[in-house]
Design a protein around this ligand. Structure first.
Ligand code: MN
Length: 128
């Protein structure tokens, strides 16, 4: 189980993903834009961040760059979430410092496996 910060501006997507991950035992923190995502990451030190890329205030790429440039948050793994399955998006996310990438609609078992791979001692068996 992990403490996960979800940064997502679409309230319906945020609510749905929060509930699905909470049901699997994860503790969920949320933010609705890039700026509050950065602030919440610094204050709460989540074990992992799920970062929507298309966000108001500061987009997900820039928010990730800032998190990775700050010693206080650089070690927190970031999984980018995007509706665009284009190859260029994945490259841009990796360049910004994202550790992994998931496309919407979210494939929950695949996302759980990515989370488990990035959070040591997560203890989640993604297959169950
Ligand atoms: Mn968005």
């Amino acid at each position: 189980m992990a403490r996960i910060l979800i940064v997502e501006d679409n309230a319906m997507n945020l609510d749905m993903l929060s509930r699905r991950l909470a049901r699997r035992g994860h503790t969920i923190l949320t933010a609705g834009d890039g700026r509050s995502g950065i602030d919440t990451a610094r204050a709460e030190q989540p074990e992992l961040i799920l970062m929507d890329l298309s966000l108001p205030e500061i987009d997900g790429w820039e928010a990730t760059r800032r998190l990775k440039a700050d010693a206080a948050t650089a070690a927190i793994p970031v999984i980018a979430l995007t509706a665009h399955a284009m190859d260029g998006d994945r490259e841009k996310a990796v360049e910004a410092g994202c550790d992994d990438y998931a496309t919407k609609p979210i494939d929950l078992p695949a996302l759980l496996a990515k989370i488990a791979a990035l959070v040591p001692g997560d203890g989640t068996d993604a297959g169950h």
